[in-house]
Every structure is written in C-alpha cells, then in structure tokens.
Design a binder for this molecule. Sequence first.
Ligand SMILES: [Zn+2]
Length: 559
Amino acid sequence: MTVIADLIIRNGAIRTMDEDRPTAQSLAVLGNRIIRIGSEAECQPLEGPETRVIDARGATVLPGFNEAHLHIFGGSVSLQQLSVATVKGVEDLAARIAEWRAQNPGLGFIVGHSAPYNFISDERMPRREDLDRACPDLPVFISSADHHTAWANTAALKLAGIERGAALPPGSEVVLDADGLANGELREAPAMNLIYSLSPSGGRDLLGAVTTAEDSGITPEERSEDMAALRKGLAYCARNGITSIQNMDGNYYQLDMLRELHANGELPVRVRVPYLFKPGTAVEAIGNAADWREEFQSDFLTSDFIKIFADGVVESGTAVLVGDYADAPGHNGTLLFSDADFNEAVILADSLGLQVAVHAIGDGAVHQVLNAYQAAREANGGRDARHRIEHIELLQESDFPRFAELGVVGSMQPAHPPEAMDFPAETYLPRIGAEREGIAFRTRELLDAGVPLVFSSDWPVARLAPLDSVKAAVMRRPWREGGKDQSVTVDQALHAYTRAGAWVEFKETQKGKLAPGYLADIVILDTDLTKVAPSEFSNVSIAVTICNARVTYAKDDAI
Ligand SMILES: [Zn+2]
C-alpha cells in the first residue's frame, strides 16, 4: 500500500538542522509528523489528489523557531499599550502621549512600555517631573524595555499612595529623593505592581513574575480580557515563525488560561511555563512544581521546570556584580536569595528531577548560581539536568570553565548587548566600566568552549522576530577597537533558535529538526537566506508557519 501524504512542501531551500541530511528540497507530512524529506523526486510519489501542496518558492525552510525565553502574557498585553521604544526627550514623550490619547479616546491611565533607560536624557534617569510635564492630568506609568524598572508621574504615585515610598522585599524599591519623596523610579516587579495593578490591564500580565498559585480574585470579565490579549500574543508568535515558546514567568492563572485555549484548539504554538520560586517562600513549595509537571504534560502545554530570579539588571543597579559598579563606588547590587537558601532550593528542585532556569545578569549572581548547580551535583549526583542560566551578561574568568564542567546551558539574547539592537551603550557601559567589557555577553566564547546555547528575544524586552535576533547575533561588533569578537555564524544562530531550543526542553527526539518521525513544526521564509546579507535579515519576512501540521500563519498570497 502506498502512503499518501497530507501535506507536501516543495521547491524549498530546506535547512533541516539534521547533520545526516543538512539540506533538502521537499518534505512530506502525514498526521502531525514528517514522514519523508529529500529531493522533489523522493517526495513527489507521496502526493495524492487530497494532498495539500505548499510551494516554498525557493525560499528557506526551517524547523519552526523555538523562542527559549519570553514573557507571553506581558508581551501580549504590550501589543495594546503605547510603545516608548523610540521616544527621546520630554517633548517627544508629550507628543506621543497626545497622539495616543487621540487614538484611544476616554483613556484614564497611560501605560507605556519598552522605554530605553535614556528615553528622557542620556545623562540621568527619568523623574516624575519629566512625566508630569509630558502628561500632568492622567496617571502615567512607563516600564523599561527589560521590565525591571518603571517610572511614574505624580498622579500615578498619588493614586497608589506611595509618594513617600513603600515597604518592599529586598531588591525592590520605590526610589526616594533625599527629602523622602518618591522621585518616580520603581525598581523591580513588587514596586512596579503597586501602580501597574491600578492600570487598565490590572497588572495581571506581570503577576507571573511575583505570584505562583495564589487565588488571584480575578473576575470573569477580567479573565476574558486576558484571554483575548493572550490570543493576540500567541498569534503574533505564529506570525513571527515561532512554533514553540518557553515562558520565563508564570503562575497558575496563566497556565489555566493556556489550558483552556489548548482545549479549544486555539494554541498556535507549543507553550512551556515554569513554576516560579520566589524569595521568602518556604523551600517545600518546590514540591508543587512536581505536581504541575504531572498536571500539564501535553504536546502543547507543559510546566516542567523552575524559574528563579537571582538578581535584577545592570541599568538600575540591581544586577549583582563581583566588585563595585564602575559609576557607584561601594555598590554592587543585592542578591535576592542568601547562598544557603538558594542552594537549598536548587538542590531540592534537582533532586525532584526538575530543570532549573535562573535569571542571573551580574557576574556575582552568575557565580552564586554556578555554586548552586555544583552543590546540587555533589548532593544528588550528576545527571543530564540541562540546568540553565538566563542572560549571563557578565561572566568572570574564573567561572567561565565551570559552564562546560557542570554542563550548564547558556540562555542568551542576541538583542540585549548594548548597540546590538535597540539598547543604547550610554546607560550600560559606564555602569560596568571599560575593564568589564571583555567579560560581557560572551556569546561566541561560550559556544567555542562547547557550552550549549539557546537564543531568544525575551519579548517584550526586545522585538520578538527571531530573524532580528539572528541578525543581531551575527552582526555583533565590539564596543571599541581591539574588543573581543563575540559574533556567531548564521548557522550557529539558527541552531540556537531551533534545535538547541528543543534540546533544552528535553524534546530533541520530537522537534528542532526536520527529519522523518519529527513533529511537523515548520517555518517557510519569503526568501532564500543564503542569498541575503545578514544586515538585511530584518527585511526577510515569514511566508508560512506550520505547527503540528496546521498552518498557523500565512502571509497574504503565500499559499
Ligand atoms: Zn525575561
């Protein structure tokens, strides 16, 4: 009996990410799996009258992108808010807010996102007076691109009743002037949520960074608003060629909504959500993560790892450095956990067979995490744990070899180094100082040392489009003459966005490459990437995205 394919993609410049057969022209799908890949002549015999045939028009075909670190709820909601990404100065901000109010009549609250730290001035942080000048009559809340800092105007500070500060957990702060009045800067989620929770989205999209399974008191109306936002955000992922996302915050509320979308057949991408382990929580709470792992284990929705924040970000001085900040003597940030508490949590998670992913930006925080991974290995014995460190913006020399020794995965964001995409050098490099530039964002060095790397955008921190990040990774240039070259090749970047992403999910036998038996998660571009200079990758668009053999996005005339 001849097998007839449900779907055939032909005329493609297929890059399989499979070293046994790196390139092909055609592939055939039956059910949700690839059944054959090779030349046109090899696949054509599987075509029957009912077979859907997609002509790739000579363009690059890849395994669907795996976005290994994003914030799906925050990203989804950001699609409905004012982007401050390109604002420069108070007058520009005032003009953008006026335009936004004209487009959205009746607004009672202005929420802006994706602000660079120098959106008001290259010389200083934004202040409430700046925002007051841009909009005196409504509460204004603007979050930084990295979502670790926000700025509020006086009306917003008053609304939240925090003009004189608030008691918050370590690492989080309503920043006060010497006179005891809030200057408008809010550091980290607990501080930001004091105001953001009063905004139209209710701040529910950010709660995944501070809550886990608490009863949220969310009304049915609020939940349906959130479902609508999520649908748009997930569709936006599909539009960007993504077939798998690994969320880096999460609570039970998000999982519950995603489960409902999945049950309705509305998930266009596979989603992985962590159990967030927070400072101040009893370590036994990690046992709940093992329960979630049992509860969510479908092909489309899993919750099978732990996320922990070890520090904050360099720009606001909340990242933990080895040694002082170059521009703030005596200051090196605050670890969110003591070493003892942190080790205990990681050892317990590891003993339960859970993968751990830790946000660690400063070299001091990275050091703490490596120590914990080592302690877990000593306590529980070595296993194929694939523990991850997220960001690794600074990595001291003495810790560098420990990544390979301990088998730690580097999760890096090619868009994050200053000047690689949208982030300016002025608010970053002076903080770390010239001497640390050589240990910053060591992408290529880690790859050369054989450390597995996964790439991602950290959306909404940076633009979601994987090809924008691939471009940033390939085009990376040193900040000064003689600086280290940390750029990678196109193939290395694509690997980190596909096959490595599947591997870090322990799904390397299911997805991440185009080969017989693998899931039909496929992206077709509108161009052959080998015919385009990396500097032009931002102009390449997605023609078709296919997840689980279903077309989840198609550009106008692509099929
Ligand atoms: Zn993140």
